[in-house]
Design a protein around this ligand. Structure first.
Ligand code: NAD
Length: 491
């Protein structure tokens, strides 16, 4: 039976004003399993106004930093109770392995705890000024209503890195999940409700890019837009900000290189590369999808990887022994198939996989490894967001760096070598927001992430992120008791 979800506006669960809904399909079965309200522009306007009211006049506007910190700790506490329910909803909606969504739900609370602890540590400063100058204070203040947009993958985590610092700093939020998979975020709204946040502080609107997303990012009361998604959508978000001059951060896709030198440890390489491209079925912004192998290890690494890829258990994302679930959307599978076919037609050679994984239903795709003799193949230039790895050969460090840098994206990267100096030089030479040496994909909430170029701008995670949800105000206070000087008399 289809599960009918509601959105969350001004502290209450509700349907769209005109009653319209859209369906969500389970990617493992291709069956409709849930439906959501299709928010109208008026619904989004109501949510933004509720958030604005909460920011300017509601009890949230009068909370101390410590109280906000305590609210975030209550969210963490509630999350610990309902984590398993959230993970089942996310897996059903996106096909991400239950083992992984369970693990992610388990440490989601840590993110809220972390920013809860930072809430009362957002400090201003007093720069040194001359003895005859007024006291000069810099205070940090929240921005107002934050419009947050997330894609379908790792949505609870990605949302947490927006919600937690934004609320800790005193802002209010309207969050829009992806129309491809909104269940986990709407379930999460129950957590926020149970945590007792004042009405309007946190709102969820569900719907597609237009009118829901577009109305949110261009709304005149939205002061800050925090967007995670693809580069083409980001261009629309940037255009929309022309309307409201909102501050933007853009967390976009990647085409991250993984460089393997001749002296690398083979077991580490095989595990690291498998994790870089086949974990989460390659549906990760940080996926290491361009493998660069030095001549001396090229054949050996390929042999090991082909065996490993062939052993990966593709199947039901709810099952404990599954290692790779389906792609989350049919659209993504179609894109992968098209770019792969174009690349093979242009001369790329499939070494492993290359097609739909043999199941009747569901958007499953085989772990795929493709040898490319250059970078000018569609699958090397474009983000596929799936379990497809291109492999290229290089002679020396200089060539590895040149190939790695030759991309419109700059989100992440990795290097494997026993020579730390060479690995470090490589890490420094390749543009990226995060870089792994002799490992891949490991992360924690204290480390920032984000990119440059087509991977966007801004950073999320870590201490600095909280400052991105504040702005400074410079206050000059003349405490000398002296009369205000005549402005037309120069001293
Ligand atoms: P997408 O760009 O299609 O959609 C992202 C979100 O934008 C969705 O909620 C969508 O409804 C919304 N949207 C669409 N049109 C809009 C508009 N005109 N105005 C406002 N919002 C609009 O991306 P996707 O396919 O859901 O996600 C995959 C992409 O996200 C990949 O490129 C991936 O690399 C990227 N991603 C980046 C990160 C990161 O941290 N950098 C993390 C995860 C995913």
């Amino acid at each position: 039976m289809t599960k009918n979800y509601q959105m969350y506006i001004a502290g209450a669960f509700c349907d769209a004003g005109d009653g319209q809904r859209f369906d969500s399909v389970n990617p493992a079965t291709e069956e409709v399993w849930a439906s959501f309200p299709e928010a109208t522009a008026k619904d989004v306007d109501r949510a933004v106004k509720a958030a604005h009211q909460a920011f300017t006049e509601g009890p949230w506007s009068r909370t101390s930093a410590r109280e906000r910190g305590r609210a975030l700790k209550r969210i963490a506490h509630e999350l610990e109770k309902v984590g398993p329910e959230l993970s089942v909803a996310e897996t059903t909606d996106t096909g991400k392995l239950l083992r992984e969504t369970r693990w992610q739900a388990g440490n989601l609370a840590e993110i809220y705890d972390y920013y809860g602890g930072l809430a009362d540590k957002v400090e201003g400063s007093l720069p040194p000024v001359g003895p005859n100058q007024p006291l000069s204070m810099i205070v940090r203040e929240p921005l107002g209503v934050v419009g947050a947009i997330v894609p379908w993958n790792s949505q609870l985590h990605l949302a947490a890195f927006k919600i937690a610092p934004a609320l800790a700093a005193g802002n209010t939020i309207v969050l829009k999940p992806s129309e491809e998979a909104a269940a986990a975020i709407v379930e999460f709204a129950r957590v926020m409700h149970a945590a007792g946040l004042p009405e309007g502080v946190f709102n969820v609107v569900t719907g597609g890019g237009n009118p829901c997303g577009q109305t949110l990012v261009s709304h005149p009361l939205v002061r800050r837009v925090s967007f995670t998604g693809g580069v083409e959508t980001a261009r629309k978000v940037i255009s929309a900000s022309v309307e409201n001059i909102a501050m933007l951060s853009l967390e976009l896709g990647g085409k991250s290189p993984v460089v393997v030198y001749d002296d690398a440890d083979m077991d580490n390489v095989v595990n690291g590369v498998t994790s870089a491209i086949f974990a989460a079925s390659g549906q990760s912004c940080a996926a290491g999808s361009r493998l660069l192998l030095q001549d001396g290890v090229y054949d050996d690494v390929i042999d090991h990887l082909v065996v490993r890829a062939g052993d990966i258990v593709v199947g039901d994302p709810m099952a404990d022994d599954t290692q790779m679930g389906p792609l989350a959307t049919r659209r993504q599978r179609d894109l992968i198939e098209r770019l792969l076919t174009e690349s093979v037609d242009a001369g790329a050679k499939v070494l492993s996989g290359g097609g739909r994984a043999g199941r009747d239903k569901g958007w499953f795709f085989e772990p795929t490894i493709v040898a490319c003799d250059g970078q000018d193949y569609p699958m090397v230039r474009n983000e596929l967001f799936g379990p497809v790895l291109s492999v290229l050969r290089f002679r020396d460090e200089e060539e590895a760096i040149r190939l790695a840098r030759d991309s419109d994206y700059a989100f992440a990267g990795g290097v494997f070598s026993r020579d730390f100096g060479k690995a470090y030089r490589t890490a420094r030479a390749i543009p990226a927001g995060r870089f792994w040496i002799n490992t891949y994909r490991v992360t924690n909430y204290a480390m920032p992430f984000g990119g440059s170029g087509n991977s966007g701008y801004g950073r999320e995670g870590g201490i600095e992120a909280i400052h991105d949800y504040t702005q400074t105000k410079a206050i000059f206070a003349d405490l000398s008791g002296a009369p205000v000087a005549d402005p037309f008399v120069m001293r």
